[in-house]
Design a protein around this ligand. Structure first.
Ligand code: SF4
Ligand code: SF4
Length: 725
């Protein structure tokens, strides 16, 4: 049975156990890498963004009309002999199905894979009521025998090794099994299930589509079991969520273009079955099957009306948001979801299974944007996860103390900066005047000692700035420099590199002193109101009308300023003046140097140093900036050496690395192993947060590879001749 932790302390204990499962980590890591590598191949020649936008728009257009589509479906389905039922919640759906079974004199039931049936815990209900239920999808059968829930929406037993399955089959069949031979294991299932198919009185399935204009159900599968479940027994019941209602076949065919590609990296799936009405059936006394469709609401109809969360109902259950998630790949679906797993699971759990099952898991998102980038229906998953966390806190009227403190401090820039300045003194006993804190006090060291920590700078960049950027008489560009807290107070040298690199380019740089934190940490903590307050302060301070561009060297700040600011003010009746102009003018460091200034390789000395690159999540996925940083590495006279999984998160995520240090360090170590395997001399990245993580991790493992922000790596290479720039 599913035992999702209901408090953060037990959740962290569970996570630790999962991290200790070496098979699970290896299997999921390999799957994650293979999926990401294969996915582009199956999308070759297909306009993913175009289809994605069409499906999303189609789904959104249908959501306000779910009830109407239900009525339409009902008319057509009933005309073909199908009985259509409505269930307001999970219990009612289970009771309807149990009643159909009772009235039909059913003893044995077979089932095809259905996440909706998992949602209602249908098997449990039917078994308790006295029916014998057998899952017939291989993965589902395995987990049914183990009495556990699926760990992935498409591959329910992905968490198990062949040896675990072999042992299980030995217990079930009381025969020795050869776990090395997967084909033989599959045959065990086939042999055991064959008679069950033939003896069943009732088959239960879900459905991927319910076509309103025809009363047809569409089912997508890779194993032939679904066809047997829906054709052999004399009664077929389909349990279908309201969200599966779509207008017509055309809408379904559009979804079919992406569903198998996204789910398992296949261009087409093995079976697509369309069912309408009471088809002929040899085992039925009337020679025709009895057919029922049970539509499940369970919160969907009110969710469809929610201005923020209705987006989650676009989900077509492809499972890709788990496939690419760095957290899922470390701990698996049993710890990264309740019934629904992965990014969408962190959201749907609140609505389908209550805040008690979501309150711990919803906090475990590093905001890497990987799920969003592959979602074929364009759900803004990271954003909705934070919204869900807020909704959980509001529902339970519980706000963690750290959130209260964070909000108080962040809203008050002067207080925030005062604390940061004082931190320089407070850290002295630990830093011992070295640039990194290698050992934390004993209590912290055990959990958080996976990386050395940077020290707070003696003098923040804002206090050094004036002489660094003198007035330019007739500037070609005037930029406002959004510095971000990490560069201002920890790594001023990264910011000092900027005026050095812009020298000779006729650029005037302004550093408005009233700017404060971008507000991303507040949004990560689901403190949207605080995030809005600091956003107002920044827009006021940066006064966008004064600048051609607002430039930042921090990928996370850039993405937050550009994309999250409009989102957090979406429902605000009084958004800040200049918001649109502000977000339009945000530009990241690499794009400015390559696309605006077109910096010349002549400006740099040539060393041919081998340089690896870590692509920050918020740059490559948040801002879609991919080539520019790599071009800059080459232009600066280095040799760019590719490394594995360059665009996978480094495990930092701001406060995430403090809240979930074991997961953060597991992600970091894999990243550093990949960098070391690339045999680079230097690792560069363009986010100071990633520098904290990567440099700290490299230092802690006594690695030989230096870690720098791209701005420093470029400034180091500058020739002294300004005329070359
Ligand atoms: S949220 Fe998107 S990526 Fe995740 S399962 Fe649903 S459709 Fe697939
Ligand atoms: S944003 Fe990243 S960590 Fe969060 S759910 Fe999506 S993939 Fe996972």
């Amino acid at each position: 049975m599913i035992k999702t932790a209901q408090d953060i302390k037990s959740y962290k204990r569970q996570l630790k156990e999962a991290l200790g499962d070496r098979f699970l980590r290896k299997a999921l890591d390999n799957f994650n890498t293979a999926y990401r590598e294969n996915r582009p191949h199956v999308y070759q020649g297909i306009d993913f963004e175009g289809i994605r936008d069409e499906i999303a728009a189609g789904k959104d257009a249908g959501l306000p009309h779910l009830k109407k589509m239900f009525e339409e479906f009902k008319v057509h389905a009933e005309a073909a002999g199908t009985k259509v039922h409505m269930a307001k919640d999970a219990l009612q759906a289970n009771e309807i199905i149990a009643r159909i079974a009772r009235e039909g004199g059913v003893e044995r039931i077979i089932k095809a894979k259905s996440m909706t049936a998992e949602e209602t815990f249908l098997n449990h209900h039917l078994e308790k009521t006295g029916f014998e239920v057998t899952e017939t999808d291989l993965g589902e059968w395995i987990i049914q025998l183990r009495r556990e829930g699926p760990s992935h929406m498409v591959m329910p037993a992905i968490h198990l090794s062949r040896y675990q399955v072999g042992d299980l089959f030995e217990t079930v069949t009381r025969e020795k099994q050869d776990s090395e031979d997967i084909d033989k294991l599959v045959k065990v299932a086939r042999k055991s299930l064959r008679s069950v198919f033939l003896e069943a009185d009732m088959g239960i399935s879900g459905a991927n589509f319910a076509l309103a204009d025809s009363g047809v159900l569409g089912l997508v599968t890779n194993e032939g079991n679904m066809r047997l479940v829906t054709t052999l027994p004399r009664i077929h019941v389909a349990l279908v969520g309201y969200d599966k209602l779509i207008p017509n076949l055309q809408s379904a065919l559009r979804i079919l273009k992406v569903l198998p590609r996204n789910a398992t990296g296949q261009a087409i799936t093995s079976y697509v079955t369309w069912i309408k009405g009471t088809n002929p059936c040899l085992s039925a006394p009337s020679a025709h099957k009895e057919m029922h469709v049970v539509f499940l609401d369970n919160g969907r109809l009110s969710l469809a009306e929610d201005p923020v969360f209705s987006e989650a109902l676009r989900c077509i259950r492809c499972g890709a948001c788990a496939n690419v998630c760095p957290i899922y790949s470390k701990v698996g679906g049993h710890k990264y979801g309740h019934v629904y797993i992965g990014a969408i699971g962190l959201i749907l759990t609140l609505f389908y299974h209550g805040s008690e099952n979501d309150r711990a898991i919803v906090q475990n998102c590093i905001n890497c944007q990987a799920c969003k980038s592959v979602c074929p229906v364009d759900i803004d998953l990271p954003h909705l996860i934070k919204k869900t966390y807020r909704a959980v806190m509001d529902q339970e009227r519980q706000t963690p103390v750290k959130n209260v403190v964070l909000s108080k401090v962040m809203k008050n820039r002067k207080l925030f900066h005062f604390i940061l300045r004082k931190a320089y003194l407070a850290q002295k006993p630990f830093s011992k005047n070295r640039p990194m804190i290698r050992h934390l006090p004993h209590f912290f060291e055990k959990k958080h000692g996976f990386r050395s920590l940077p020290v707070i700078a003696r003098t923040p960049l804002r206090d050094q700035w004036k002489p660094l950027s003198p007035a330019v008489a007739r500037p070609e560009y005037t930029i406002g420099f959004f510095v971000g807290c990490a560069i201002d107070f920890i790594y001023p040298e990264q910011g000092r590199a900027l005026p050095a690199l812009l020298g000779g380019h006729n650029v005037q740089v302004g550093f408005p002193m009233d700017q404060t934190c971008c507000g991303l940490p507040a949004l990560m903590a689901a403190e949207e109101e605080t995030a809005r307050e600091v956003a107002r302060q920044n827009i006021r301070a940066l006064a966008p009308q004064k600048y051609d561009y607002i430039l930042t060297l921090c990928a996370s700040c850039a993405s937050h300023l550009k994309h999250n600011y409009p989102k957090i003010f979406k429902q605000d009746p009084d958004p800040p003046i200049g918001l649109g102009e502000f977000t339009d003018k945000i530009i990241d460091f690499s794009s400015f140097l390559v696309n605006v200034l077109n910096v010349s390789p002549k400006a740099f000395k040539r060393t041919g140093k081998k340089v690896a690159y870590h692509s920050p999540c918020h740059l490559c996925r948040g801002l879609n900036v991919v080539d520019e940083p790599r071009q800059l590495i080459e232009r600066a006279g280095h040799t760019y050496v590719p490394s594995k999984d360059e665009d996978v998160c480094c495990g930092f995520g701001g406060s995430y690395s403090v809240d979930f240090p074991e997961i953060s360090s597991a992600i970091l170590n894999k990243k550093l192993d990949n960098i070391e395997a690339a045999d680079a001399d230097l690792l560069v990245t363009d986010c100071p947060g990633c520098v904290i993580q990567l440099r700290g991790g490299m230092d802690k493992r006594d690695g030989r590879i230096e870690v720098k922000h791209l701005s420093e790596a470029l400034a180091d290479q500058l020739t002294t001749d300004d005329s070359q720039r």
